[in-house]
Every structure is written in structure tokens, then in C-alpha cells.
Design a protein around this ligand. Sequence first.
Ligand code: NAI
Length: 354
Amino acid sequence: MNSANSPSTPQAVHRILDEASGLDGVIVLHSTRLGPAAGGCRLWHYKDVASAAHDAMRLAEGMAYKNALADLPLGGGKAVLRVPEGRFDRQRLFAAFGRAVENLGGAYVTAEDVGTSVADMQTVSQHSSHVAGLEPKGGRPGGDPSPWTALGVLLSMREVARRRYGTSLSGLTIAVQGLGNVGSHLCALLHKDGARLVVADTRADFAAHIAARFGARVVSPDEIVTVPCDIFAPCALGGVVHERLVPLLKTKIVCGAANNVLATEEDGDRLAERDVLFAPDYVVNAGGIINVAAEYLGWSAQEAEERVLQTGARLAEVLDYAERRSMPVHRAANALARDRMAGHGLQPAMAGAV
Ligand code: NAI
């Protein structure tokens, strides 16, 4: 991406407004060159629709890059809705959102994201077929994508450990920040691989529980970011790696699931200058979207798994591209994603901007 704060121009921005239900937001199609623009629906507090649109543009661009590098036949998009003031009827809101999604005729495919749930997507599904993240049916892909995301992170770690240290993960010290859905699955996989775990979560009881299960050492959320380790794995929030943190890091690899690990693109350059290998989060954490894509596109569970198992190979491709061009890895990932998108025919813009 250009920078965390300045998304490039999307293909289309659709304003969605329905006073009766309180629906107020945007659907951004960053690109539909590779297929329908897929990306979740966020419901969050924004002071006005312009701030919601700015966030949606940034997130939609990220989804376009993630989907392109995951070799999915999908473009990138995002819906961002403002939380209505006062009490509101959730079902009515998501019914209106579902109609808005349906009006785009399949150009946008939605799923849950921050502030939305499987139940909300079930409501959407009564008004549109362009939705994923529903309850899985009959062994088909769907449901909680976190185990798949964690598996992709593990495979990525194996790849970067091999390149940087010439070893497997066995005996390496890995610091996991955030032990939620992805972080806890990841700890289980790393434990099996023989890694030594250092963990932190703002929920201290949860950190203690994970530590007991996997023989991990618990440190505080403040300490985890600078603890000496072979791999630092951010699996909590975005923006963890920032200008002030980079000089304090005591690791040679950053590889984790959190979306937008870098506060800015320049922080990725700072990591490279310090010879810290950064595995771009949107390459590493694509297991989740692969699972969502499989659900929407009707792939079998086996096909979904085979694609997630390619995560290490896809990261290797990005690392090779960076090496060949002597570029920092995060910039190489963006360039490769743009190459992929440019390799397909242009489509006309679909709607006006906000
Ligand atoms: P989650 O909400 O289940 O877990 C996050 C955990 O981080 C929570 O346990 C929370 O207490 C902890 N936490 C928050 N701030 C912290 C801090 N400062 N220090 C230590 N711990 C902290 O979220 P989930 O699903 O595990 O996702 C983790 C990250 O991975 C998020 O950034 C998410 O956007 C990203 N991601 C998740 C995917 C998935 O399949 N769930 C797919 C792709 C990306």
C-alpha cells in the first residue's frame, strides 16, 4: 500500500444510507480486476462518513493486495458502517446493508469484520447471496477462519526461520503478542514444532492458561514487544511496529497475523535498515480469507486446505522478488500485488465517489 494513511484511488466508492434503519456508511471497491471485490464489513464509531470512507479505502486496498497475493480470483473491497447514535435495531440495519450489497450485483462480497458477527451475516444472507462467513454446512469450508490463519502463520515462520537462521522452528524462541483466536491456535502449532514460547495478552488469566498448556513464559503486554527472541509474532492489534519501537526490537524476524503490523510503510524501511526480516502480514495471514473465499466460491474443504498449505511458498515468492530487486520485503509485496492486478484487463469505474 502507498502508506497506512494515504490509500490510492479506488475503482469505486458507494455511499450507503438508509435513514429508517440507521444504515450509514460506504462500500469501497478498490479493484474488481481479479474478480468480485471481497472484504469484510466493519461497524465502528466514526465521527462522520468521510472518516469512515477514508478507513474503508485503506482497508479495501489492503484486501485487494491480500487477495491478489493469495492467488484468489477476487478483487479487494470493504464496507465500513458507522455505529448509529442511540439504540438501533441490528437486524433492520443489516437487512438494509444486505440490500445495498445485493444492489451491487455481485461486484462486492461481504463477510464479518471488526464489530460484526456471524449472526449479522446471516441477516445479510436473507437479502443477498454475496456474503460469506456464515455457519458452515455439511463439511464445507466456512465458520471460524482462525485455525487456518494460524496454520498460514506457522508455515510462514518455517520459511523465514529457514532463510534467516538456516533451521527449523525447533528450539527457537518465539514471542507471541495476543492469545486470542489466532494467537492461541498458533501457540499450539508452535509448541508441536518444538519452539520455546514467550507470550503476553492483556487478559492476564488467559496468558497464564496458555502458558500452562504449552510451557510458555508469560511477560507483560509492555514487555512482549521488546523481549529478546528469534521471531516476534504480533497477533493482537495493528500498528505495533512504529518508529519508536524499531530501535528497541530484540529480534531478527517479525512475522505475525495482526493486520497492518507496520504503523507506516516507512517503519518497514526502518526494519530493513536494521536487518530485521519482516514477513508482510497480508501474505502471512491469508488463511482466513482463503477459507472465506472457499465458502463463497464453493470450493471443497480439501481445496481450501491445499491453498492454505501454499502460504509458505507464496511468502517465499515475495522474499525472492524482494531479493532480486534489492527492495524491502513489504514494498516488494505491494509491488508484486500491483503487478498481479495490472496483469488483468482494466474495468471501468462502477460508481461515483463520496
Ligand atoms: P482476537 O480478538 O481473538 O485476539 C486478539 C487478542 O489480543 C486478545 O486476546 C486480546 O486480549 C489481545 N490483546 C489486545 N491488545 C493486546 C496487547 N497490547 N498486548 C497483548 N495482547 C493484546 O483476534 P484474532 O482473531 O485472534 O486476530 C488477531 C489479529 O489477527 C487481528 O489483528 C486480526 O485482524 C488479524 N487477523 C485475524 C484473522 C482470523 O482468522 N481471525 C485473519 C487475518 C488477520
